[in-house]
Unconditional design. Structure first.
Length: 54
């Protein structure tokens, strides 16, 4: 799903909230499993969502 530029700006607020919740959940899961949260994983995910999938 590739939104137009106008829609992207409108949907960005809602997506940001969802993104933060997902990051928090992932961090909690990694902490429970006793693993360390890889910072690159979070950045990669955000970049993919920001620029869209090719």
């Amino acid at each position: 799903m590739v939104p137009t530029k106008g829609l992207d700006v409108v949907l960005n607020d809602r997506n940001n909230t969802t993104r933060i919740e997902c990051s928090r959940a992932i961090a909690i899961i990694y902490t429970i499993m006793g693993g360390r949260k890889p910072p690159s994983f979070r950045l990669q995910k955000m970049n993919h969502q920001r620029f869209g999938k090719a």
